[in-house]
Design a protein around this ligand. Structure first.
Ligand SMILES: O=c1[nH]c(=O)c2[nH]c(=O)[nH]c2[nH]1
Length: 297
């Protein structure tokens, strides 16, 4: 028996980076959280403490800030590709780079009914995410969001399920359905109108959540993923994670009141956790596209 070193990677997690474009009176802002991870023959750093091939995580962080200045931040995906390509192309020992980015959205403050040039209020129903991997096998981009909180007050059922002696859940044909959706979608191209596709994917998912007479959250996820793949040829795979944020009808009978689905207890835990991947049957190999850094997990 021998003890060997398995998978390893290293980088700088969660560099908070705000890029303000101020070349015009009307400023633009992108507010990011950037994680870098480098992959390659870094075994000596682990095994014997030899740093000669190790580009410090501090340098990785500095590179992100320098690129934000010199190249700007046109979209998360584009910025991630710039960084990943640089690490793999320009830093000798690096064989693979993984860049994960979150974006916090700001909207222009309305002052006297007019959008202000350089003041914003934090907005965004969700946090946008991107994960870029560049290595010897290719370039992989995953777009996404997390924490998109959705609720529908009817149009959701859950009935006909398997029961046994532990089942107490009543069937329902009209319930509240709510979730805090995490979605990730894998592109098969790096030539994409990133911001446009992002807005389109999000709109489609919200539409499907709204219009489907849902028989289960599982079915809603399937429809969301399928509709996105039908609309965007550049996307091969959609991964969805949806906590079922249960809303329980409160029993008001002790107070002589009926409760026809109008007053709920919004439980925060436990929650059902529904996960699904929807993909094209000819989706190209994902290679390391889904291999994450724990930084933004
Ligand atoms: O949409 C749902 N899916 C389930 O699998 C499930 N299980 C449960 O108790 N409630 C629900 N709701």
């Amino acid at each position: 028996m021998a003890i060997i070193l398995g998978d390893h990677q290293y980088g700088k997690a969660e560099s908070r980076l705000v890029r303000i474009h101020r070349d015009k009176p009307r400023h633009e802002i992108r507010d990011l959280n950037v994680t870098t991870a480098l992959r390659g023959p870094f075994d000596p750093a682990c095994l014997v403490g030899d740093q000669s091939d190790v580009l410090p995580t501090d340098t990785q962080k500095n590179t992100a800030y320098a690129f934000a200045r010199s190249k700007g931040v046109s979209s998360l995906e584009h910025f991630g590709l710039d960084l990943a390509r640089h690490f793999v192309t320009d830093i000798g020992p690096v064989e693979g780079a993984r860049i994960e980015i979150e974006e916090y959205a700001w909207q222009r403050a309305i002052v006297d009914g007019v959008e202000h040039d350089h003041t914003w209020t934090r907005s965004g129903q969700e946090v946008r995410t991107a994960a870029v991997t560049v290595d010897a096998t290719g370039e992989y981009v995953i777009g996404g969001f997390k924490d998109l909180v959705l609720l529908k007050s009817t149009g959701s059922e859950f009935a006909g399920f398997l029961t046994n002696e532990y089942t107490t859940l009543p069937e329902t044909h009209d319930r509240v359905m709510a979730t805090s959706l995490v979605a990730k979608w894998r592109f098969t191209s790096t030539e994409v109108a990133w911001d446009e596709v992002y807005a389109g994917v999000k709109a489609i998912m919200i539409r499907e959540f709204a219009v489907l007479q849902s028989l289960a959250l599982q079915q809603t996820l399937w429809h969301m993923g399928k509709a996105v793949l039908e609309a965007f040829p550049s996307i091969a795979e959609v991964r969805l994670t949806a906590p079922n944020k249960h809303h329980f009808v409160v029993d008001l009978s002790p107070f002589g009141l009926e409760n026809p689905g109008e007053v709920f207890f919004a439980a925060d835990r436990p929650y059902g956790l529904i996960e699904a991947t929807v993909l094209r049957d000819d989706a190209p190999d994902a290679h390391e596209a889904w291999r994450a850094s724990a930084g933004l997990a």
